[in-house]
Write a protein that binds this ligand. Structure first.
Ligand code: COA
Length: 332
């Protein structure tokens, strides 16, 4: 019998309905369609309406993934939610998702590895499945960024880049040769403050002050050029790790699923590695950077429109706050 691997049985995605264009943002801060498009490739993103929660965004994506996997929600035996925009400080978002799905005893795990969160979650799920611990894992990347961005000149460098969305996957064991072939995870906490949200935080005492609020420390801050430089180094390293571990050539890989942080970064990395543009699909133009949701959203789009078929080989790669970076090779 061939070895047990983790198969992606179904995928789903969902984004809020409200489309926000670059021109819309230019009415709220000193920016322009030209600046945003040239620097990032983003044309629109989705923003959740007031009152929407991360769980609200996640549920339709989960329903679609369950449907594709022909799995009943009662059969899910573990939930992993990768997110950096947690529904509450505690408990984790995964518990709200669990409650909404009508479960009341299965484990629900929040995973905080920012833009690499889906791949960190894939590693955790893969270990559970190969060990026989759980048999139907729901892995979701959920982000609701727009309720915590600063839509003003001070926050413009970050606010224009991020969007809301969810991507979901149902994972189960298989022995048919498909599934997760490898995952590699990395981090470098030395650079934690280069892309972070500082308060409220228990690392501060008091955890938030009026001065923090006045100075905008409750909004994400990024050293854009520093992040850009590191992303352009770490992503190729991560991709090479996936390729060499599995002895793959570029021809073997059907689709490269890059984290959607910046089209310029992905084009540069693609060029450096000789990856043909048609093998590196993107949706950042429509949705912006949806952090942990970006890769599963792109995966779902490619599965549903036939760009990524059963039997195809995909390599996924991400870089983000932490810093974190990661890659995975998956036979679909
Ligand atoms: N609109 C217009 N101007 C803006 C702006 C905006 N939204 N945000 C910043 N600017 C200004 C800056 O203030 C600066 O002005 P100055 O030259 O007068 O000081 C100028 O544009 C250039 O800023 P800079 O930060 O040097 O631009 P850049 O070419 O590095 O592009 C990023 C900025 C953020 C697009 C780019 O650094 C980047 O993509 N970094 C990586 C981001 C990323 O991947 N993050 C997520 C990782 S998961």
């Amino acid at each position: 019998m061939s070895q047990i691997r983790t198969r992606i049985a179904g995928t789903g995605m969902n984004v809020p309905e409200r489309v926000v264009t670059n021109d819309d943002l230019a009415q709220r801060m000193d920016t322009s369609d030209e600046w945003i498009t040239q620097r990032s490739g983003i044309k629109t993103r989705r923003h959740a309406d007031h009152g929407t929660t991360p769980t609200d965004i996640a549920l339709p994506a989960i329903e679609r993934a369950l449907e594709m996997a022909e799995t009943k929600k009662e059969d899910i035996d573990c939930i992993i939610a990768a997110t950096l925009s947690s529904q509450h400080y505690f408990p984790g978002t995964a518990f709200f998702v669990q409650r909404a799905l009508g479960h009341n005893s299965i484990p629900a795990i929040d995973l905080r590895a920012q833009c690499s969160g889906f791949l960190y979650g894939l590693q955790v799920a893969d270990s559970f499945i190969r060990a026989g611990t759980y048999k139907k894992i729901l892995l979701v990347g959920i982000e609701l960024h727009s309720h915590a961005l600063e839509f003003a000149d001070r926050g413009r460098d970050v606010a224009v880049l991020f969007g809301d969305g969810c991507g979901a996957a149902v994972l189960e064991p298989t022995t048919d040769g498909s599934g997760v072939l490898s995952v590699h995870l990395h981090s470098e906490g030395t650079h934690a403050e280069r892309l972070w949200l500082q308060v409220p935080a228990l690392g501060n005492d008091p955890c938030i002050t009026h001065q923090d609020l006045e100075e905008g420390r409750q909004y994400p801050k990024m050293d854009g050029r520093f992040v850009f430089k590191h992303a352009c180094t770490r992503l190729p390293e991560a991709i090479m790790e996936a390729m060499s571990t599995n002895e793959l050539t570029l021809d073997d890989v059907n689709v490269f699923f890059f984290h959607q942080a910046n089209l310029r970064i992905n084009e540069l990395v693609g060029k450096m590695m000789g990856i043909p543009a048609e093998k590196a699909p993107f949706n950042i133009d429509k949705y912006g950077n949806c952090s942990a949701a970006s890769i599963p959203m792109l995966l779902d789009e490619c599965v549903r429109d036939g760009r990524f078929k059963r039997g195809d080989l995909g390599v996924m790669a991400a870089f983000g706050s932490g810093f974190t970076w990661a890659s995975a090779a998956v036979r679909f």
